[in-house]
Design a binder for this molecule. Structure first.
Ligand SMILES: [Zn+2]
Length: 332
């Protein structure tokens, strides 16, 4: 999406950072917040050690995840939320994504069990400790809460329908985390959304490239037709060794180019269903309103209540990574 309105004065246009937006489409509120990268150390040591309920983001991340180290860039305030009037909520954030990285810690149940204590020869130990995954691989499928039932389904997202040239009412992409693997490649986790008059589509993607070795793409796609009471969620794990693919090197730089060439390893297909809200009889009548809502309802920093990992105190010192983040999203 172009932010340039007046081409003549292109050089004069300053891209004012937008830290959050909120839009209503049919029965959904779609919002995001975004801000700076996670600090590399605790900002309020006194407070964080005394009051564990009000820790800084650095302490929340390090204490919750217990990883030997965090990705080089973590965006704790980059959060996307889709909230339905029924109370269903689909959220994407870095903390939940990183919780699924294997962290080298013993499973608590295992470490406490008597059987383990009795037989602690080194080979046994090795077997039980999941090694820290320095690629930060995650099969995060978004955080779905509220009055929903999630069931496996045979129904698939209609890719042909997504290719149709429907007007895009809203588009946004957020980086959740990224790490360059000490210059050995890249691991990144991003989420992007587009909203059309009849539906929305979300792609949450974990991308890994270990240079010269392997490529992995874990995709979770969400599709919702506004006339239905369910969201389709499709998770796929695709990966391959670089040699096996035999593709030109530049292709490996772009997840969008490389992903279709990777063989499917695993997949899971869910239907996220909620009760139809009977008190909302005219759900189609709101389509013109939703067009209007694109230009209105822009809120800033009003979302902090909706997430316990958003800290307003940080918002003034933000945007150190804004430009690089933006140029990435523009490139896609
Ligand atoms: Zn702290």
């Amino acid at each position: 999406m172009s932010h340039i309105i007046n081409v003549k004065s292109e050089v004069d246009i300053q891209r004012l950072p937008v830290n959050s937006e909120e839009h209503k489409f049919h029965d959904w509120i779609i919002r995001y917040t975004k801000s700076h990268i996670l600090h590399s150390q605790c900002s309020t040591v006194d407070q964080c050690t005394k009051d564990i309920d009000h820790q800084c983001q650095f302490c929340i991340y390090t204490n919750t995840l217990q990883l030997p180290h965090l990705p080089e860039m973590v965006f704790p305030n980059n959060i996307m939320q889709l909230v339905h009037s029924s109370g269903v909520q689909i959220e994407f954030n870095a903390l939940e994504a990183l919780k699924l990285v294997s962290n080298g810690k013993l499973d608590i149940k295992v470490s406490c069990s008597d059987s383990w204590k009795e037989s602690r020869d080194p080979s046994h130990l090795e077997e039980k400790v999941k090694p820290f995954d320095w690629t930060f691989s995650t099969d995060y499928k978004g955080s779905v809460t509220g009055p929903v039932t999630v069931t496996p389904t045979e129904e698939r997202i209609n890719i042909e329908r997504l290719k149709q040239k429907e007007k895009i009412l809203f588009y946004h992409e957020l980086m959740l985390f990224e790490d360059e693997l000490h210059d050995n490649g890249i691991a990144s986790c991003t989420v992007k959304i587009r909203v059309m008059p009849s539906s929305f589509f979300v792609l949450l993607r974990y991308f890994l490239r270990v240079d010269g070795v392997m490529v992995r793409v874990n995709d979770t796609r969400f599709f919702h037709d506004f006339s239905t009471n369910y969201v389709l969620r499709e998770f796929t794990n695709r990966e391959s060794g670089v040699q096996q693919l035999g593709l030109p090197l530049p292709m490996f730089a772009d997840p969008n180019l490389i992903a279709p060439h990777l063989p499917l390893r695993t997949g899971s297909y869910d239907k996220i269903t909620w009760e139809n809200n009977i008190s909302m009889p005219n759900e189609c009548a709101s389509s013109t309103n939703s067009l209007d809502s694109k230009s209105s309802n822009i809120t800033e920093d009003s979302d902090s209540k909706s997430s316990n990992i958003t800290e307003d105190s940080d918002s003034k010192s933000n945007n150190t990574m804004e430009d690089s983040n933006k140029s990435k999203s523009d490139a896609s």
